[in-house]
Design a protein around this ligand. Structure first.
Ligand code: PLP
Length: 386
């Protein structure tokens, strides 16, 4: 086996572990693909900032002309600071507070993806106080199963996100009384790490039906936003370093019936940044158990919580050893039994001081780090600045 990622080992050895390492050449290649595949259909891409808000990465992503999808006031501010055009920023989230809405209004963002009737009323009031008209996409729950982990499916009914289909008439009635709002489209987001493309196909069918309903009510939608969710290969980051954007966009072009002048928007997060990032950690001890060996590393669930939170898999490579392979449970130092990155990992013979890479960690990694056990937050380093 042992195919490994490309790492500047000697440079990485100089850096205090644990840390995130971002291969910006791969990020740039990925962004080129996103641009090429989306632009041929005239689709607008908004990078989902919550996947990774490292300021230097945001600057690179913004430089490719993408928009930003934000879920908090601080994300809106970070996107503006990184150079994303406010006219390409969308703001979603079930619990937008007043200061966050005001910040977004002050920055004249593209639109609010609204998720409840009380939220619509509050945005209307705050926009009115500023003498502005706020643009709204209604986030609709299409009741499509994303066939992914239940913590990250969002498109089913009785989910806290979005409006349910049966409430749409009530919502439209309310909208017609709120004079400081302008309905510019509909928004969907069915889940994350979706690798079964039939879920996206189901979404297209729902959106087409919904469009017919809106037309029957004489309502024109300028924008259709299909959210994010495109999955990546956690198993084979070396073979599939770039997500299948080609198939993804082609699927929507083929299955979604856009009306004249309508613009399709999407919000990829994970698929843009996951593969360019690795968590680099040093082996502190090899501990011999009764029947297994533990590789105790200096990173833990505080640095990368996905394995503990979602039973997520990250490929693990010993990037400084070429010794014969052996089997290890790779665990962190945190005082929680769930602080296990992976059991029974095949990797090159491992010793104290070796560097280990947890691959595909660029999304929902650094940004979810915590200071539990009073640990330091990991720093992110870019390949192009080492
Ligand atoms: C999380 C999220 C995204 C990004 O999802 P990925 O699976 O990372 O592509 C996009 N839109 C919304 C509304 C989200 O909440």
């Amino acid at each position: 086996m042992t195919m490994k990622g490309n790492f500047p080992i000697e440079k990485l050895k100089q850096i205090q572990t644990p840390f995130y390492y971002y291969d910006t050449a791969l990020l740039r290649q990925t962004l080129e693909v996103v641009k090429k595949e989306s632009e041929q259909y005239g689709y607008n891409v908004h990078y989902a900032v919550k996947a990774n808000a490292n300021a230097k990465l945001l600057k690179i992503i913004a430089s490719y002309g993408l928009g930003a999808d934000c879920v908090s006031g601080n994300e809106v501010q970070a996107a503006v600071d990184a150079g994303f055009a406010p006219s390409k920023i969308v703001f979603a989230g079930v619990g937008k507070t007043d200061w966050e809405i005001n910040l977004a209004l002050d920055n004249n963002i593209f639109c609010f993806n609204a998720e409840s009737m009380p939220e619509l009323e509050v945005i209307n009031e705050l926009a009115g106080a500023k003498g502005k008209k706020a643009k709204i996409e209604l986030r609709i729950n299409p009741n499509v199963d994303a066939h992914t982990h239940h913590y990250i499916t969002t498109g089913l009914n009785e989910n806290k996100f979005g409006f349910n289909l049966e409430d749409i008439d009530k919502v439209l009635n309310l909208m017609s009384t709120l004079k400081n709002l302008e309905l510019i489209g509909v928004h969907f987001h069915i889940g994350s790490q979706i690798t079964d493309f039939s879920s996206f196909q189901d979404l297209c069918v729902r959106v087409n039906e919904l469009q017919d309903d809106f037309e029957a009510k004489n309502i024109k939608l300028k924008n259709i936003n299909i959210g994010g969710g495109l999955g990546i290969s956690y198993e084979h980051p070396n073979h599939f370093p770039i997500a299948d954007f080609e198939t993804y966009f082609r699927l929507f072009n083929k299955n979604l019936k856009l009306r004249d002048g309508q613009v399709l928007h999407c919000e990829p997060g994970r698929s843009v940044v996951a593969q360019c990032g690795s968590l680099i950690t040093k082996v502190t001890y090899i501990k011999q158990g009764t029947s297994k060996k533990f590789a105790i590393v200096d990173a833990g669930m505080t640095d990368l919580i996905r394995p503990a939170l979602y039973q997520a898999y990250h490929r693990i490579e010993n990037i400084t050893s070429n010794q014969q392979e052996d089997v290890y449970d790779v665990v962190g130092p945190i005082c929680e039994s769930s602080d296990v990155f992976q059991k029974e990992v095949n990797m090159n013979g491992t010793q104290r001081g070796d560097l280990i890479a947890l691959r595909s960690a660029g999304a929902y990694g650094e940004i979810m780090a915590s200071r539990y056990n009073l640990r330091n937050l990991p720093t992110g380093y870019l390949s192009e600045e080492l």
